[in-house]
Write a new protein. Structure first.
Ligand code: GLY
Ligand code: MN
Ligand code: MN
Length: 485
């Protein structure tokens, strides 16, 4: 009895404090509702779209990675917890009690004990009240939810990866939701070569949903842009603070820590991807995330590609700076080619231009620059000095969903040319170990672009001037660790 009272008290006080100490600038429930409606408008006649929350990922033993919602699920609902499924119908459905509805969500139930261990849950009521999803139920109800999926012309969903763990103690975890769904829609017959062709013909469509989500997520609304601008601004401030604080002898990890400290100081919840901080030849590894070099040398450049994630939206900003505070003539020669390539692409940005065209402009400038320096023999030479494309969308994913064939107004994307010259490259050794990437974030406008990341110094002159400024970390000196036996 006493325990029950505590439980009731705990649960009833829960919703009060859950609301008071959470950030208030997440996407609004009106945003999610409008996005669901936009998706509904794209759906084919007599169809339903089904989305599942991301799985919980195990790190090791009884420790999981910090949970991160599937970006489509977050975009459509704002729900940030695991073990949930969302259905969006093209047409109104009628429930058993005669109520009309065109969307329904099943979420993990409230559970005082589990919430004490792993955190607060919205539950069906919280999902209704805070996220505005009227038809919200505990996920324990999904198994007996009796919509006849065979009546739809199409059931649209993303195919499953075999990477969801079954929690045998939870009969309505994500694993079970997916298994229940598979039974409801006769999923196995789709791929089962042992059943006849006639049996395999069904109404499951695993391909078109991604195109709809690309069309929606590729064009940002004002509400999204406000969050992206904030994520980018925070990331630029990280670059500035590192430019001021950097000293030869620091470690790559310490430099990463300065960026990420700035992110957290501004309340960014995470990084949008593992931070890349590579000094010298480490900068030649495009996605170098070990960041283990214990002392960076004053002779080298350091390439720093980091993005703060703010309310789900991530920036993607790279600056490459000289550890000594001054570019050598060779470093500057390479840097200025990359800068010129980026600016050539920036000049081209406007609606109608494709990412492939921007990419080609940067390749042309880089090839000419490398030839002028004698690093390649002709502009047509095959080489690996610039092995990646120059542009991708940014948003809820660092490589966000969106079409790349023609820029439209309010797309957000990177322009990020680079030159990487690893040891033993087929050129004069004086260039070996030089790696430069310059990556900025943009929003396309009616006639051109908004340069979202222009706060971070970008020319060699501006970088050198910023590196001369004092840093609040100049006096942050810690004692050596004592060798305790
Ligand atoms: N940070 C990954 C990329 O630039 O695409
Ligand atoms: Mn990028
Ligand atoms: Mn990047």
């Amino acid at each position: 009895m006493y325990l029950r009272l505590i439980t009731i008290l705990y649960l009833s006080s829960f919703s009060l404090f859950a609301q008071s100490d959470l950030p208030t600038d997440f996407l609004s429930k009106e945003f999610h509702k409008e996005r669901r409606q936009k998706l509904r408008e794209k759906l084919p006649p007599n169809s339903v779209a089904v989305f599942f929350a991301n799985p919980v990922r195990n790190r090791a033993n009884d420790v999981d990675f910090i949970y991160h919602q599937d970006p489509n699920f977050l975009y459509l609902t704002g729900y940030k917890e695991p073990h949930a499924v969302l259905l969006i119908f093209k047409d109104n459905q009628t429930s058993a009690n005669g109520k009309s509805y065109d969307e329904i969500i099943f979420v993990q139930p409230r559970n005082a004990m589990r919430e004490m261990w792993t955190g607060r849950r919205l539950g069906d009521e919280g999902t209704r009240n805070l996220l505005g999803l009227e038809q919200s139920f505990d996920n324990t109800e999904f198994k007996k939810y009796n919509v006849d999926f065979s009546k739809f012309d199409q059931v649209l969903f993303y195919d499953f990866f075999n990477d969801v763990r079954d929690d045998p103690s939870d009969p309505s975890d994500l694993y079970s939701l997916i298994e229940d769904f598979k039974v409801k829609v006769n999923y196995e017959s789709k791929n089962n070569i042992n059943v006849s062709l006639e049996q395999r013909k069904n109404n499951l469509n695993l391909t078109v949903l991604d195109g709809y989500m690309k069309a929606l997520r590729g064009i940002k609304t004002e509400e999204e842009l406000a969050l992206i601008r904030k994520a980018v601004q925070i990331s630029c401030q990280g670059q500035i603070e590192v430019m001021k604080a950097l000293k030869p002898g620091m470690s790559e990890r310490e430099i990463q820590g300065v960026h990420e400290f700035v992110f957290k100081k501004y309340q960014a919840e995470d990084v949008g991807y593992p931070s890349i901080v590579g000094a010298g030849h480490n900068g030649c590894i495009l996605h170098y995330i070990e960041n283990y070099q214990p002392e960076v040398s004053s002779k080298e450049l350091i390439l720093m590609d980091l993005g703060a994630e703010y309310r789900g939206y991530t920036a993607d900003v790279t600056r490459t700076i000289p550890i000594s505070g001054k570019f050598t003539p060779d470093q500057k020669a390479i840097y200025d080619i990359v800068l010129k390539a980026q600016e050539a692409a920036m000049k081209k940005v406007k609606p109608g231009v494709s990412f492939a065209e921007l990419n080609q402009v940067t390749k042309d400038v880089v090839n000419k620059g490398l030839k002028d320096l004698g690093i390649i023999k002709s502009v047509d030479e095959d080489h690996l000095y610039y092995p990646h494309g120059c542009c991708h969308h940014i948003g809820l994913d660092v490589h966000d969903k969106g079409f790349r064939d023609a820029i439209q107004e309010n797309m957000t994307f990177t322009i990020e040319p680079g030159i990487y010259i690893p040891e033993n490259s087929n050129c004069d050794p004086r260039w070996w170990g030089i790696a430069v990437r310059i990556e900025d974030d943009f929003r396309s406008t009616k006639n051109g672009y908004e340069h979202l990341s222009d706060l971070a110094p970008r020319t060699t002159e501006d970088i050198e001037a910023t590196m001369k400024l004092p840093s609040p970390l100049d006096n942050f000196i810690l004692p050596d660790l004592k060798n305790k036996k």
